[in-house]
Design a protein around this ligand. Structure first.
Ligand code: HEM
Length: 495
């Protein structure tokens, strides 16, 4: 394709360097060396990397119908597997699922989840209240908070993992992410021997199944398999029940009959190999719910983890946010509470969260597309099957886009100025019709937690709070390796 590449080795391509240094850091380094658009090899599969905003606009928005697939992930069987969720699906199947799922995350449906979110946030505050004035490893508390919220929102099941420290759901979900981060041996092999991926995955599935059968404990059961089995049981139970609940499970089950006239006719759409109902099958609902549980847990938890790291190091940010909150509460009557309708009126909070996600994009690894029809963009001819991945860090730290204030500095007001920036300059939730479907939910959860906590507590550093985050680990989520420890103390004059 006439693109520069970093030095690569036979068989492995450039994957070892990525696995060693994390994808985001490695791409940023290569971009500095090779320019805005270049290529690298995952095993022997070519991947295009870009931080060229025009090219991103073309691929993700203008010509998105030629790129309606993600890069094939090491744990993905094939494009046509029945075990498929929104994140991994491609082409018409993705479009069909996205059309069905979009209304589930509409503002009116999300409003129905407010009581759940309030309940879980209040639990979080109760737990902080019991742990005031002492050093806390905040990621532990945030993992439990976001897990509690997403399980309740997705399934209506109150697992209350915030109090139950040995909660099995919590541990299984953490194990899934650990597997993805460490990219276990089998997954590495699927990257190097991509032609044999379905066979290797089939072999791994059978092996996992047998280990689960032989073992007398749950330890050998694949965590993803375990979660899927539990969701399966919840759906089976729900089908038998005649109760209308307010959670994602209910919304997806109802989407089979409610949302779209054409779905009622239940026409078939023709996929590349087999026809599919226009409705989502129960199996697809199952996989999507597992997807929501995973996508809605570690991402939001990490985003809040970064937020508390910033707050502990920037007392002036704590003050600004508290001042905005105090004024907001003072303007309203005694029974006033922050909720989905009014939270977006908190402009500084919005800029704060936006800046956190500029400096620490959580899920840059997922901002990629796979070419499904040969496409020419400028001089670049992109063949079928080649993936394009975005170097989000280089864009988010580009002085020409985000200056004049130093892009290494935390400065929320850079979002207040009336500066026109390309829509592909800010990518924490991806871009185009295939951006993060859970964005509104995630922002609501983050803002609710920050607003409610900062109204009551100050966030302080301890002698062990890092002042800079240097090392990261990255599977689908980029997390700091440095442990963020902070302390909460009660604000004066608050109840
Ligand atoms: C701070 C929290 C979150 C961040 C930073 C984040 C980020 C992302 C990113 C970067 C993508 C890829 C977008 C693209 O390719 O253009 C994505 C996709 C996705 N996210 Fe999120 N996400 C978050 C929370 C959530 C939540 C709470 C849910 C669900 C409850 C969710 C569900 C999904 C799904 C299903 C996709 C795939 C969408 C598709 O392929 O059509 N995410 N997310």
């Amino acid at each position: 394709m006439g693109l520069k590449t970093p030095k690569f080795s036979f068989f492995y391509g450039n994957l070892p360097e990525i696995l060693k240094n994390t994808q985001s850091n490695t791409l940023r380094k290569w971009t500095a060396e090779l320019g805005k658009t270049y290529g690298y090899y995952e095993g022997h599969l070519p991947v295009i990397v870009t931080s060229d905003l025009e090219l991103i606009n073309e691929v993700f928005i203008k010509q998105y119908s030629n790129f309606m697939a993600r890069k094939i992930y090491p744990w993905q069987f094939s494009d046509n597997s029945p075990k498929m969720d929104l994140f991994l699906s491609s082409n018409k199947r993705w479009k069909r699922m996205r059309n069905i799922i979009n209304p589930t995350f509409s503002p009116s449906k999300l409003k129905e989840l407010i009581p759940i979110m309030n309940k879980c946030t209040q639990r979080f505050i109760n737990i902080l209240e019991q742990n005031l004035d002492q050093e806390l490893l905040i990621s532990d508390f945030l993992n439990r908070y976001t897990m509690d919220t997403i399980w309740n929102s997705a399934t209506g099941m109150d697992i209350n993992c915030q109090s139950d420290l040995n909660n099995e759901y919590m541990h299984k979900a953490l194990d899934v992410f650990k597997d993805l981060e460490e990219l276990k041996f089998g997954f590495r092999m699927t990257s190097y021997l991509s032609e044999f991926r379905p066979i290797i995955l089939q072999f791994m599935t059978i092996l996992t199944y047998l280990m689960g059968k032989i073992s007398t404990t749950n330890d050998f059961v694949d965590p993803l398999f375990w979660l899927t089995q539990h969701i399966h049981q919840i759906i089976e139970q729900r089908k038998k029940e005649n109760i209308r609940r307010k959670d994602f499970t209910q919304l997806l089950i109802e989407s089979r009959i409610e949302d779209n006239e054409s779905l009622k006719k239940n026409e078939k759409i023709v996929m590349s190999k087999f026809p599919l109902d226009k409705q989502m099958s129960f199996e697809e609902i199952e996989f999507n719910l597992v997807g929501f549980l995973l996508a809605g847990f570690e991402t939001t938890s990490s985003a809040l983890n970064y937020s508390f790291f910033i707050l502990a190091n920037h007392p002036e940010e704590v003050s600004k946010l508290q001042q905005e909150l105090d004024e907001f509460y003072a303007k309203n009557d005694q029974n006033f509470d922050i909720n989905f309708d009014n939270i977006n009126q908190l402009e500084y909070l919005d800029m704060f969260v936006t800046e956190v996600l500029r400096m620490y994009p959580i899920s840059s690894n997922t901002v990629n597309r796979r070419c499904m029809f040969p496409t020419q963009i400028g001089d670049l001819k992109i063949p079928i099957g080649v993936s394009i991945t975005v170097d989000v860090l280089s864009i988010h730290y580009d002085h020409n886009i985000w200056g004049p204030v130093d892009t290494e500095m935390f400065y929320p007001l850079r979002f207040s100025a009336d500066v026109k920036r390309s829509q592909s300059a800010y990518l924490p939730f991806g871009i185009g019709p295939r951006n993060c479907v859970g964005m509104r939910y995630a922002l609501m959860e983050m803002k609710m937690a920050l607003a409610k906590i900062l109204f009551i507590y100050n966030v302080l550093p301890t002698e062990n709070t890092p002042t800079k985050l240097v090392n990261f680990t990255e599977g689908t989520v980029r997390r700091p390796k440095d442990l963020v420890k902070v302390k909460f103390v009660k604000r004066q004059n608050t109840v």
